[in-house]
Design a protein around this ligand. Structure first.
Ligand SMILES: C[S@@+](CC[C@H](N)C(=O)[O-])C[C@H]1O[C@@H](n2cnc3c(N)ncnc32)[C@H](O)[C@@H]1O
Ligand code: SF4
Length: 388
């Protein structure tokens, strides 16, 4: 998933050497149908022009690659990338030629054993599985295209396929979901030995089928206390099994963090290719691709927007991307933009144990992990110019 990126080029940035410096995100927008909660830039089309789209992606990459001379990660997101022809995935990997992790989002129902093998041969090193739930009731509620059984089959197949890494996406805080039901979902994930888990509380975005149902009072999402109880429960189960939290929604076994997404949370530059994709050039310019795939195919050299935000916006974006990550906000990078955080304004949060200070960093403290959005707003309010 993509966030906004401040892309501050900072001299002396000393994050771990294994951290990628340039990522490439490729958006593949087609889905077989639209899930009820989905707010992504997705098109449902019977016979999508995938070959023309792939050509347009290659053309767009040729126009922007000078900014990303040595890409280290590549991420195919969607949409449903597992519906994209494998030979076109292979052509994109060959053209972009990342030095490290290549991730592809794969959904049950559009992933076969053959495809797993072909992706591996094409250079995909990591799969992100859109499993969401193993409950038939909630699979239907979410209006997924696959059955709960197919989700289980995919989990089983991938755990045996020998990928260097893979991740399981789970949605929790479903209306009426009990801790026992949640436990069953987690048990399946843990039994598979998943190296990485991403978990998201169900969110009702405006304009989606779910958003309309919540607005109309036909569906009620769990209250915040239930959400926090479910999150704490999952945290406990995953940590007891050896998975560590390194971002609000992301857990990994040692050495299994998602390097591409981790670069977003460290606010590093990345190219955004395809319809509606966000990107961030090394010197801070933000790009946004045209959202309509047909318009993208007609002119991949055009962008919906291409702009360099002012330092204050970049500082705000830096807070937004980095506070959610275990490393927290790098204060030297705020300083490089001419900003600092007013400590007095943050004191109540520091005293309450929701934020904590570490040398050169402001981080979420134990009690703050479920309050990341509110704490980001608090940090944004505490932002002050450090210019004399
Ligand atoms: C970029 S999406 C993956 C899209 C992929 N086509 C799929 O459906 O699995 C990454 C993850 O975000 C989560 N997600 C998307 N929309 C959500 C929502 N409204 N509420 C909670 N989680 C959501 C899902 O777990 C999804 O797998
Ligand atoms: S499969 Fe994923 S991207 Fe497609 S409609 Fe469902 S949630 Fe959205």
């Amino acid at each position: 998933m993509q966030g906004r990126c401040p892309c501050v080029q900072t001299r002396g940035y000393n994050a771990s050497m294994s951290v990628p410096t340039h990522g490439v995100y490729v958006h593949l927008p087609w889905c077989a149908h639209r899930c009820h909660y989905c707010s992504f830039n997705v098109v449902v089309e019977r016979d999508p022009p995938q070959a023309a789209y792939t050509q347009a992606l290659l053309q767009q990459w040729a126009g922007i690659r000078e900014h990303f001379p040595a890409p280290s990660t590549l991420y195919f997101g969607g949409g449903t990338p597992s519906l994209h022809p494998v030979e076109q995935i292979a052509a994109l990997i060959e053209a972009i030629a990342p030095s490290g992790e290549v991730t592809l989002e794969a959904n049950p129902g559009s992933t076969s054993l053959d495809k797993l093998e072909q992706w591996r041969a094409a250079g995909v090193t990591r799969l992100s599985l859109g499993l969401q739930t193993f409950s038939e009731r909630y699979t239907r509620f979410l209006h997924r295209q696959h059955s709960a059984e197919e989700a289980l089959e995919l989990l089983q197949a991938v755990s045996e396929a020998g990928f260097a890494s893979w991740s399981a996406d789970l949605i929790f805080a479903l209306p009426g979901q009990t801790l026992d039901e949640l436990d069953q979902d987690i048990a399946h994930i843990l039994a598979s030995g998943a190296p990485h888990v991403s978990l998201y509380g169900l969110t009702a975005h405006p304009g989606t089928h779910l958003g309309n149902a919540v607005d109309g009072g036909r569906v009620q999402l769990p209250p915040d206390e239930d959400w926090a109880r479910a999150y704490a429960h999952i945290l406990d189960r995953l940590q007891s099994d050896g998975l560590s939290r390194y971002e609000v929604s992301n857990f990994a076994r040692p050495g299994q963090r998602g390097l591409h997404n981790e670069a977003y949370w460290r606010a590093q530059p990345y190219a955004g290719l395809g319809a509606g994709a966000h990107g961030c050039l090394p010197l801070g310019t933000r790009t946004l691709g045209v959202s309509d795939p047909a318009a993208f195919i007609a002119g991949p050299e055009h962008y919906e927007s291409w702009e360099t935000p002012d330092p204050e916006q970049r500082a705000l974006d830096l807070l937004l991307s980095t506070l959610r990550h275990v490393d927290g906000v790098p204060l030297d990078r705020l300083q490089a933009l001419g900003f600092s955080l007013d400590r007095r304004a943050l004191l109540p949060h520091l005293e309450r144990g929701t934020l904590r200070e570490r040398p050169g960093r402001l981080q979420l403290a134990e009690a703050g992990w479920t309050l990341a959005d509110g704490l980001t707003r608090a940090c944004a309010s505490a932002l002050q110019s450090s210019q004399p």
